[in-house]
Design a protein around this ligand. Structure first.
Ligand SMILES: Cc1cc2nc3c(=O)[nH]c(=O)nc-3n(C[C@H](O)[C@H](O)[C@H](O)COP(=O)(O)OP(=O)(O)OC[C@H]3O[C@@H](n4cnc5c(N)ncnc54)[C@H](O)[C@@H]3O)c2cc1C
Length: 307
């Protein structure tokens, strides 16, 4: 059966891999190739953020965690790393924490913070990981083609719509909106643990070490379409992060990046019938696309099987 997947971010590629490895004839069409997507900008740690509804998120996140832990044993772009999150107010244990084997409260959070927790979670090095997914797709017989579509194609038995923010056009859905995220990367100097220390909902503070660099973030700016790098924002991000990791001040800056998270009141992952064709929508993952990717890919596969 021919399946066209629209979108080559982490959601489209993960779904395409699942479908191709299950024997479907899969073609991925995308305006932006993997390294040009929002997914390539993600930090990216497994951590449910800016996505709903919690009951479905919990299931998708759990499946993805298990899959990423398994991949970490053989795929260099996925690595398990320990880290800490500091909180300005005490919070109940999050609904997703039961997935984590070593989740624990932090004994003495730094000044300005009242609580915190630590755990080990997958860190996914997105530029490398997206290329790994493309290779897996091609090895299973699938293909990837650049194409900016003005609507969903009608030339396949099933179309899977993983257009992220582009679903405003491909699904005519104005409830998908951008949440701007700005980050910078610096040269790695031996940092091993990640850190999150947000003190405001819009000015985030996180530090995520990767093999050869460190991602420092960030921002969470609803309804901003601005893809330009703002130097003052970059300096503020660095200043906030250096409070916790002073070595960041001396580290050489490699790159600045901006991505627009595809936010939606709830992730849309469902199948609809359009004439003779089945359309499976899977978009609106907000700040959790990587965290939910394999759980959603499994659901897409199940929906396509039922088409
Ligand atoms: C700074 C930042 C940090 C983040 N950190 C994390 C993190 O730590 N953990 C985490 O889980 N998530 C994180 N995220 C969120 C994550 O990046 C997104 O949830 C995820 O990238 C969404 O993936 P997607 O495949 O739906 O969309 P995208 O990656 O945006 O891909 C959409 C695809 O659809 C294609 N498309 C759209 N319209 C059309 C069209 N008309 N025709 C053809 N193709 C089209 C695009 O070209 C693209 O290929 C972060 C995001 C940002 C910006």
């Amino acid at each position: 059966m021919r399946v066209i997947v629209v979108g080559a971010g982490v959601i489209g590629l993960s779904a395409a891999v699942r479908l191709a490895e299950a024997g479907y004839d899969v073609g991925v069409f995308a305006r932006d190739l993997p390294l040009e997507t929002t997914s390539a900008v993600a930090a990216a740690i497994w951590y449910p953020f800016l996505s709903a509804p919690p009951d479905r998120i919990a299931g998708w996140a759990r499946t993805t965690y298990a899959e990423l832990v398994e991949l970490a044993a053989s795929v260099p772009s996925v690595r398990l790393r320990h880290g800490r999150e500091f909180l300005t107010e005490s919070r109940p244990v999050p609904y997703w924490a039961d997935v984590l084997g070593d989740f624990a409260r932090v004994g003495s959070p730094p000044r300005g913070f009242k609580d915190g927790w630590s755990f080990t979670t997958p860190v996914v090095e997105m530029p490398l990981y997206l290329q790994y997914l493309v290779k897996r797709l091609e090895a299973a017989g699938g293909s990837l083609t650049r194409a900016a579509l003005s609507g969903l194609p009608n030339s396949a038995d099933v179309v899977v719509n993983c257009a992220g923010l582009g679903a405003r056009l491909t699904a005519g859905d104005p409830t998908v909106t951008p949440v701007r995220g700005q980050v910078l990367t610096v040269e790695q100097f031996g940092l091993t643990d990640w850190l999150i220390a947000d003190q405001s909902p819009s000015d985030l503070t996180y530090v995520v070490p990767r093999s050869n660099d460190i991602v420092i973030g960030g921002t969470s700016q609803p309804d901003s379409w601005d893809l330009s790098i703002r130097p003052d924002t970059a300096q503020a991000i660095l200043d906030r992060a250096a409070v916790h990791v002073p070595e960041l001040r001396q580290a050489k800056i490699i790159k600045h990046r901006v991505g627009l998270r595809p936010a939606r009141p709830a992730v849309r992952c469902e199948s609809v019938r359009v004439g003779e064709q089945t359309v499976v929508h899977c978009y609106g993952h907000g700040g959790s696309g990587v965290t939910l990717s394999w759980g959603c890919a499994d659901e897409v596969l199940a929906l396509v099987k039922n088409a």
